[in-house]
Ligand binder design. Structure first.
Ligand code: ZN
Length: 499
């Protein structure tokens, strides 16, 4: 896993990715090209082009299957992980329904009941699991559950010492316990405890002690394990990784790591491979409740191996991913300045139009569904954000004295993106659209050196940190240990690639 890729651009050429023959397969054609070439757009959405330009004028429809799958997967990312309390208290799967209140927990209520739910006075205790509804506050929720308002106030005050009530999430389970209290007040149940999981590893509660509520917090130990997953890419890294059973957040992180080096629209070919080694955390019940960091990520692109290792140099404490020789993955500019997970397939039957850099087309295109986030390729200052002729909605960023980047055909701009705004690498500056002279949703991306567009695939960019001396020695040790563990780890893939 240590062989270095030498020249990606050369590799791309060898693979024919940017050869005229491949460019001829392109379909989404940039307005920018037309403007430059002075070509005419005909009624059928096709172009009249001189043969020499090598562009195909056919506009291919967006591949619907591929994208809906990708979108669904992305959506899943936003879904919260199952928390143990939901699993324990909402066996009917009705989480999110605010009437989802379980009945009294009584001894002998059946094997389904977790004995831990029965507290000190099991004969008469009542436990309710209430789900947070839209617009709920803790006070509203407690009132709805029939809590005395004074008790509720006291409990919330206590709970607020260990929990920020603004962190309440819709659907979150709040566990309420009621016990008989007061002398002789037979059968009268009063609130005795409020508890909830603030995160998968942090339980907060307020418990009645005499006549007051006491806050408590409990940090749960999660068991960390490392998972290795490998796969062959048949249509896109995103789909291959998903088919290998990789959690969405890990796939997205992996794509982010490679975005500095890999042009996901042009450089990934059928048969390329990926491997990833990442952290996974389980709770007491053995359920995977969260994922951690990627420790090692590799891609084999047309036989060339690219591997990155997570490492934190202890001199500056900045965690980063490094090549085997200790070179930071970070570059001044990203090669894929767009949510790479949502790129349309770049090859195969679903070949999506791709234009590489030519004299006629002075940028590269990324075909992705309308609305796909576009990122600033590097830190800089927005020089222009607005309508710009055939470019449609267009943003240009000045990164330093040498380089600028430009982004065209956006549907809309990112929040607060206007001339003079300072942006960070990776910040969302707009969304894919097809404004201006464009025949389908795509990002037209240009790198400018001075005022001239240059080939983004060919430029040699200044890179980030290069480890040396004792730091390099420390890194090499960690890298080797990681490699050894990775090589010995079983490959955990939920299923083989089905594409
Ligand atoms: Zn273009």
């Amino acid at each position: 896993m240590t062989k270095k890729r030498t020249s990606r651009f050369k590799g791309a050429e060898r693979r024919g990715i940017i050869s005229p023959a491949t460019v001829a397969l392109s379909g989404v054609i940039c307005g920018a090209v037309l403007a430059l070439a002075g070509l005419a757009l005909t009624d059928g959405g096709t172009f009249d082009m001189p043969r020499a330009s090598g562009y195909d004028e056919r506009l291919e429809p967006t591949p619907p299957v591929l994208e809906s799958r990708a979108n669904r997967f992305l959506t899943a990312e936003a879904a919260p992980l199952e928390s143990p309390i939901e699993v324990a208290l909402a066996p009917t799967g009705k989480a999110g329904n605010d009437d989802d209140i379980l009945g009294p927990v009584l001894p002998g209520d059946g094997p389904a009941q977790d004995p831990e739910e029965v507290e000190a006075d099991p004969d008469s205790a009542l436990v309710k699991a209430v789900a947070v509804a839209k617009g709920d506050t803790l006070a509203k929720l407690l009132a709805r559950a029939g809590t005395d308002s004074r008790d509720a106030h006291q409990a919330i005050t206590a709970l607020s010492e260990v929990f920020d009530p603004r962190r309440l999430r819709i659907g979150q389970e709040i566990r309420l316990e009621f016990s008989p209290l007061g002398e002789g007040a037979e059968g009268e149940l009063r609130l005795s405890r409020v508890s909830l999981m603030d995160s998968v590893e942090h339980e907060v509660s307020a418990t009645r002690r005499d006549d007051a509520f006491t806050p408590e917090e409990n940090h749960l130990e999660l068991e960390r394990s490392l998972v290795r997953s490998d796969g062959v890419i048949n249509s896109s890294l995103f789909l291959a990784a998903r088919d290998a059973g990789l959690p969405p957040e890990i796939v997205i992180e992996m794509i982010r790591i490679f975005s500095f080096d890999v042009d996901f629209q042009r450089e990934v070919q059928p048969g390329d491979r990926f491997s990833v080694y990442y952290e996974s955390f389980r709770n007491d019940a053995g359920e995977t409740v969260k994922y951690g960091n990627i420790l090692l990520a590799g891609m084999t692109l047309s036989g060339e191996q690219l591997t990155f290792y997570r490492f934190t140099p202890d001199d500056d404490g900045v965690t980063d991913y490094f090549t085997a020789t200790g070179q930071s993955v970070k570059k001044t500019l990203m090669r894929t300045p767009i949510d790479g997970a949502r790129l349309s397939s770049g090859f195969g039957k679903r070949r999506h139009p791709i234009l590489g850099y030519t004299k006629m087309h002075r940028g590269v295109d990324f075909a992705a569904p309308s609305g796909t986030p576009i990122m600033a390729a590097g830190d800089g200052v927005v020089e222009f954000a607005g309508r710009h002729g055939g470019y449609g909605n267009y943003v240009r960023i000045r990164h330093n004295g040498t380089y600028k980047t430009a982004y065209a055909h956006m549907r809309r701009f990112g929040k607060g993106v206007r001339a003079g705004t300072r942006v960070r690498q990776g910040q969302i500056i707009g969304y894919v659209g097809t404004t201006g002279r464009s025949t389908g949703p795509h990002l037209h991306y240009e790198v400018l050196k001075g005022d001239h567009q240059v080939n983004p695939l060919a430029i040699k960019l200044p890179t980030g940190r290069k480890l040396s001396g004792s730091m390099l020695a420390r890194f090499a040790k960690e890298r080797d240990s990681l490699e050894t563990r990775f090589a010995a780890a079983p490959v955990v893939n939920r299923q083989a690639s089905a594409d």
